[in-house]
Design a protein around this ligand. Structure first.
Ligand SMILES: Cc1cc2nc3c(=O)[nH]c(=O)nc-3n(C[C@H](O)[C@H](O)[C@H](O)COP(=O)(O)OP(=O)(O)OC[C@H]3O[C@@H](n4cnc5c(N)ncnc54)[C@H](O)[C@@H]3O)c2cc1C
Length: 351
C-alpha cells in the first residue's frame, strides 16, 4: 500500500488519453482518466459540421482496434463514433465532466511518510493523488489569435467556435489563416454561398502569404508515412529526415478542391490593420472575422510545473512529443512509450 489513489491519472479523454489508457490497462497499471467534456470523442464533437479527416480510415487507427471502414475521407461523426466505441470496447475508466484546474506536486514523504514514498501529484479540485500524471488535453481549448493592430467592432470568433455556414446568413465574413482550417472554413462558406444564394453570405479569405496546396494526390496517409519514418529514425538515434518536401501545407480534401477548382477559394493579402475590415470601412468591410490561426497545447492545468518534472508526461502534441503525436494514426507509439515508462516505474504499485 503506497497511499496513492492511483498509479497514474490521465487528464483528457480524447484519442491521446484513450491510446495511453489502452496501454496502461494492458500493462496492468491502476489509473483513471479525467475528462472535462460531457461526452466521448475529445474535441471531435466540437469540430465544424462539414469536417472530414484528411486521410482514409485505414490510416487513422488507435492501438488494438482499427477505425471501421468508411467511404472516402471519414466525416467528423465517424471519428466521434469510433472514439466512443473504442472507449466502451476496452472499458476504459473515463470520468466525464471532470475539469482539472491544477496539478500540484506531492513532495516525498507527505503521501507515504511511513515508507518514505516517492513524490507524485495531486490533481485539483478533485483532490486525487497519483504517482504519475499524463497530460493529454489536446489543443482545442487553447485557440491562438495573433496580434493585429487596429480595432474591429464586429463579431470575432476563432475557428474553434465555427460550426456551419447557416450561422452566418446575411453576413460578410473574413476568414483569416493560410492553413487547413482557414482553407476548409473559407471553402465551406464559399460553397454554401454559391449553392444557396438566399443565405446571403459573402466570404473572403485572407492569408499572410500565398496559400500553398499540396498536390491533389497527396493526403494525410502520405504525411503519416513520412511521420512514421521520422519517428523510427529518431527512435533509432539516427538523423531526422525532416518534414515531407511537398510544396504546401493545405491538404486538398474534396471540399477544398471543389471550391478551389470552381475559383471560389482565392486568397486576399492579409490586411495591415483591422480597421480595414470595419463594417463601414469600405469595400473590405465585414460583419464577422473568423480567426483560423491555430492552437497551442492546452497546458493550463500544469502551469508552473516544468514539463521535465519527473513522472509528468505529455501525450498528443506534435510540438512536444514528435512527428505525428498529434494525429489519430500517429499517437500510438508515443502513448505506448509513456505507458511503458509508467509501468516500468515499479517502485510503487498502487494500493
Ligand atoms: C480542425 C482540425 C482537424 C484535424 N484533422 C485531423 C485529421 O484529419 N486526422 C488526424 O489524425 N488528426 C487531425 N487533427 C489533429 C488531432 O487528431 C485532433 O486535434 C485531436 O482532437 C487530438 O486529440 P487529443 O486527444 O490529443 O485532444 P482532444 O481531442 O482535444 O481531447 C482532449 C480532451 O481533454 C479534455 N481536457 C482539456 N483540458 C482539460 C482539463 N483541464 N481537465 C480535464 N480534461 C481536459 C478535453 O475536454 C478533451 O476531451 C485535427 C485537428 C484539428 C484542430
Amino acid at each position: 500500500m503506497t497511499g496513492w489513489d492511483y498509479h497514474a491519472v490521465i487528464i483528457g479523454g480524447g484519442q491521446s488519453g484513450l491510446a495511453t489508457a489502452y496501454y496502461l490497462r494492458k500493462y496492468g497499471v491502476s489509473f483513471v482518466v479525467l475528462d472535462a467534456g460531457e461526452r466521448p470523442g475529445g474535441a471531435w464533437p466540437h469540430y465544424w459540421d462539414s469536417l472530414t479527416l484528411f486521410s482514409r480510415a485505414e490510416f487513422s487507427n488507435l492501438p488494438g482496434w482499427p477505425m471501421p471502414a468508411a467511404e472516402g475521407f471519414p466525416p467528423r461523426d465517424h471519428v466521434v463514433d469510433y472514439l466512443t466505441r473504442y472507449e466502451q470496447r476496452y472499458e476504459l475508466p473515463v470520468r466525464r465532466g471532470e475539469r482539472v484546474e491544477r496539478v500540484e506536486r506531492v513532495e516525498r514523504g507527505e503521501q507515504d511518510a511511513a515508507a518514505g514514498g516517492p513524490a507524485g501529484f495531486r490533481v485539483l479540485p478533485q483532490g486525487i493523488t497519483a504517482r504519475h500524471v499524463v497530460v493529454a488535453t489536446g489543443i482545442w481549448s487553447a485557440p491562438f489569435i495573433p496580434f493585429v493592430p487596429g480595432s474591429f467592432t464586429g463579431t470575432q470568433l476563432h475557428a474553434a467556435q465555427y460550426r456551419r455556414p447557416a450561422d452566418f446568413a446575411g453576413q460578410r465574413v473574413a476568414v483569416i489563416g493560410a492553413g487547413n482550417s482557414g482553407a476548409q472554413i473559407a471553402a465551406d462558406l464559399a460553397l454554401a454561398a454559391r449553392e444557396d444564394p438566399a443565405l446571403g453570405i459573402e466570404a473572403r479569405w485572407y492569408t499572410r502569404g500565398e496559400p500553398a496546396f499540396m498536390p491533389d494526390g497527396i493526403d494525410g496517409s502520405d504525411l503519416f508515412r513520412r511521420n512514421r519514418e521520422r519517428f523510427l529514425a529518431i527512435a533509432r538515434g539516427g538523423e531526422d529526415p525532416g518534414c515531407a518536401d511537398f510544396d504546401g501545407d493545405i491538404v486538398a480534401v474534396p471540399e477544398v478542391r471543389r471550391a478551389r477548382d470552381a475559383g471560389l477559394l482565392r486568397a486576399h493579402p492579409m490586411v495591415a490593420s483591422l480597421d480595414e475590415l470595419e463594417r463601414d470601412g469600405g469595400d473590405n468591410g465585414v460583419d464577422t472575422i473568423i480567426w483560423a490561426t491555430g492552437f497551442r497545447p492546452a497546458l493550463r492545468p500544469v502551469r508552473g510545473l516544468p514539463l521535465s518534472t519527473p513522472n509528468l508526461h505529455v501525450v498528443g502534441f506534435d510540438a512536444l512529443g514528435g512527428p505525428g503525436a498529434g494525429t489519430i494514426g500517429g499517437v500510438s507509439p508515443f502513448a505506448r512509450e509513456v505507458a511503458r515508462r509508467i509501468a516500468g516505474d515499479s517502485c510503487t504499485v498502487s494500493g
